[in-house]
Design a protein. Structure first.
Length: 135
């Protein structure tokens, strides 16, 4: 017989398909935050990747640097990581992403931490009007 038996290859392919189907939903990054809605135009994207400080409903803070999220983190960790990431560039974009249920004082505390770390420009992430959260 000069034919190739492809059944083992199909078995391996199906196993890999199942593994990818299970792990794909786990790869999504970010923190679940119910963003407030605003009717503002989106800001132009810069060349550098922005830092994102997320505050969830419980007031826990997460820091997203270069696509990877760490947290929940303390104020000291946020201060040191943001200061290191800025690298003497206080004009780098730093975004704040806070849940609508978070008290104003918690968001202000996050802004003070960023300002102490050397951030001079902060932007807020909002949900565009008419778009449902989670979509």
């Amino acid at each position: 017989m000069g034919e190739i038996n492809v059944v083992p290859y199909i078995d391996v392919m199906l196993v890999l398909l199942i593994i990818f189907m299970i792990t794909a939903p786990l790869i999504t990054q970010g923190v679940k935050v119910d963003l407030p809605q605003a009717s503002a135009r989106p800001l132009p994207t810069g060349k550098s990747t922005p830092l994102v400080l997320s505050v969830n409903r419980q007031g826990e803070m997460y820091l997203t640097v270069g696509g990877s999220t760490i947290g929940p983190v303390s104020a000291a960790v946020i201060h040191s990581r943001v200061a290191a990431e800025l690298g003497g560039d206080p004009g780098r974009a730093v975004m704040i992403k806070a849940d609508t249920a978070v008290p104003y004082g918690t968001v202000m505390r996050a802004m003070v931490i960023l300002q102490d770390a050397g951030v001079r420009k902060m932007d807020f992430i909002t949900q565009p009007k008419g778009v449902r959260p989670g979509s």
